[in-house]
Ligand binder design. Structure first.
Ligand SMILES: CC(C)(COP(=O)(O)OP(=O)(O)OC[C@H]1O[C@@H](n2cnc3c(N)ncnc32)[C@H](O)[C@@H]1OP(=O)(O)O)[C@@H](O)C(=O)NCCC(=O)NCCS
Length: 245
């Protein structure tokens, strides 16, 4: 009962106010990214064209403007990270209403701006690793990332030639027993994280390991080099034949 009263009187009003503040911050950051995009549309509107040709030019400009907006947002968010003092998620166990909780929320809010607006277009392109690096992730060479669901980049490292499969969830925090818990995630070289797998905080995945599609790697799991883990929760099911470190 006491827990419910605390949530009604304190947590819900604070959460509501912060949500409104988030919308205002999103309007500002997304609006800045929209600036060059709108310039493009206005330029197309002023073209000396007539009738359907002008409509077509405007349509193409509007579609191109969406991509200009997305790329501008990729460049703006790492700047917003420093301007708003939202450098990253801290390590440890902390309450939602704490300085650490604020750092977690303000940083991950920025990552949501891209996730909700554009990130699906840059999955499996070199732009996504660059964006994650600028947000604090350590990303090796030739890494392929095919998911939108990445949080806490400052606590994640990925080694060379690793593949993060489609719709994987890669997070370094969990909400558990009324608190937040965050710990670094270390993924080695030549790892395959299978389609829709979930990687929780504190996981260490050795070089050449495979996490099977749809598996859930519980927090703090240690996967040895070349090992194959599968299931919910994931357990070791084998070794990758012929893998040499
Ligand atoms: C894990 C994986 C590599 C196993 O493939 P494999 O080496 O050909 O081995 P098998 O299919 O014979 O499976 C080995 C064991 O793991 C189990 N297993 C395989 N995939 C599993 C999964 N997704 N979840 C749970 N168990 C799984 C099998 O049932 C089998 O168990 P058994 O030995 O008790 O019969 C493969 O299933 C996989 O998930 N690859 C990831 C591909 C991917 O998503 N790439 C990135 C996106 S394209």
């Amino acid at each position: 009962m006491a827990d419910k009263a605390w949530k009604n009187r304190v947590l819900t009003p604070v959460q509501s106010l912060l949500s409104l503040a988030l919308f205002a911050e999103a309007a500002l950051v997304l609006g800045l990214a929209a600036f060059p995009a709108l310039k493009l549309v206005f330029w197309a509107r002023a073209l000396p064209l007539k009738g359907d040709l002008h409509v077509l030019a405007l349509g193409v400009a509007m579609a191109a403007a969406y991509f200009v907006f997305g790329i501008a947002l990729v460049a703006l968010l790492p700047i917003a990270r420093w301007v708003t003092f939202a450098q990253g998620t801290p390590v440890g166990s902390f309450s939602y209403l704490s300085w650490e909780g604020w750092r977690w929320a303000s940083f991950n809010a920025l990552t949501l701006f891209l996730r909700f607006s554009f990130v699906n277009w840059i999955r499996l392109t070199p732009f996504l690793p660059v964006y994650h690096k600028l947000m604090g992730m350590k990303v090796g060479a030739r890494v392929q990332i095919n998911t939108a669901v990445v949080a806490d980049q400052n606590l994640i490292s990925i080694g060379d030639d690793t593949v993060i499969g489609g719709d994987v969830t890669l997070v370094a925090h969990v909400a558990e027993r009324g608190r937040l818990y965050a710990a670094p995630v270390v993924i080695g070289r030549q790892v395959t994280v299978g389609l829709m797998a979930v990687i929780f905080p504190g996981c260490v995945i050795g070089d050449g390991a495979i996490i099977a599609a749809g598996s859930v790697l519980s927090k703090g799991s240690k996967v040895g080099p070349g090992e194959i883990w599968a299931g919910v929760p994931a357990r070791r099911v084998g070794r990758r034949p012929g893998f040499r470190r």
